[in-house]
Design a protein around this ligand. Structure first.
Ligand code: SF4
Length: 289
């Protein structure tokens, strides 16, 4: 038994998703093998990871033209075809960490557009992943969260795909809305479910954890959309939720008198930061099962 009997429970699924883990590994391997590179945007939405990679020689560049290094890395969100062309034109080396699930969405968008389909992408137009997928449709794509906002389309063949991080049920609801909006003039409809199960698995595991703890720590960067949503998901259950970026932020008063706390983390949060949070809770009298 611990000093104050504080039990620390971890969510069934938390932290880095396979796509982000793979991207970080690919960049680290390149740095160790061949030296500095520029990443086209942050490789992960987490300041700890970006700083650690920067120390090893990975500089964040806003675009290919801002890269001074001989190699550029495309992030797990992927990139448009014009980015690949510019990398080639400039004779730069490429480390392509595009997540295979995002790649599948890009390939579906390209193939379907080539086959004459108007490609509807369920997602946020300004999101880098969606901008990348749109580019592969060569002008035949539309990104939206509601078919009502779409213009009249001349194509009678429609294809629907999704931004990978969107909720699967919401994607299929969008498909039904597309059918009711375009049904009379529709000759053919192709649906490719490109949602990724990883984000949903983290929300589900956080809900299960929130159901039997008195407080929950959600670890991750405040600029990570999926970690923010994870914290909102926990908060909505009514459990005391603390969204923290690092172990130092934990106020001992938050756990005083509690017997059960939970820890989860967004898909961009590295293992070290989660381990530091657990270590600090141990120092406050916590015990892992
Ligand atoms: S959330 Fe899914 S699609 Fe996005 S990087 Fe991770 S594994 Fe890939």
């Amino acid at each position: 038994m611990t000093r104050n009997g504080l039990r620390i429970e971890l969510a069934r699924v938390y932290g880095f998703c396979p796509g982000v883990r793979r991207a970080v590994r690919m960049v680290e391997e390149h740095l160790a093998r061949e030296g500095p590179l520029a990443t086209l945007g942050a490789i992960v939405h987490n300041a700890h990871v970006v700083e650690a990679l920067e120390k090893k020689g990975a500089r964040v560049a806003g675009s290919v033209s801002q890269a001074h290094e001989p190699t550029v890395a495309i992030t797990a969100h992927g990139a448009g075809q014009e980015v690949y062309s510019e990398i080639e034109r400039r004779g730069l080396k490429l480390v392509d960490t595009t997540c295979p699930i995002v790649k599948r969405a890009q390939e579906a968008a390209r193939t379907l557009a080539e086959e004459g389909y108007a490609v509807l992408i369920y997602g946020e137009e300004a999101h880098p992943e969606v901008r990348g997928i749109l580019s592969w449709t060569a002008g035949k794509g539309y990104a939206t969260l509601s078919p009502e906002g779409l213009p009249e389309l001349s194509e009678r063949k429609l294809a629907v795909i999704s931004q990978t991080t969107k909720d699967r049920e919401a994607f299929w609801a969008f498909v039904r809305q597309v059918i009711s909006r375009f049904h009379p003039s529709l000759e053919d409809l192709r649906v490719v479910d490109t949602t990724c199960p990883e984000t949903g698995r983290r929300y589900q595991a956080a809900l299960e954890l929130a159901a039997h703890v008195q407080a929950i720590f959600v670890v991750g960067s405040r600029n990570s959309a999926n970690t923010r949503k994870l914290a909102e998901t926990c908060r909505k259950t009514g459990v005391a939720t603390y969204f923290i970026e690092s172990a130092q932020e934990i106020d001992p008063a938050w756990v005083a008198g509690l017997s059960r706390v939970g820890v989860t983390a967004g898909a961009s949060t590295p293992d070290e930061v989660i381990d530091q949070v657990i270590a600090r809770l141990h120092k406050m009298g916590g015990e892992s099962p």
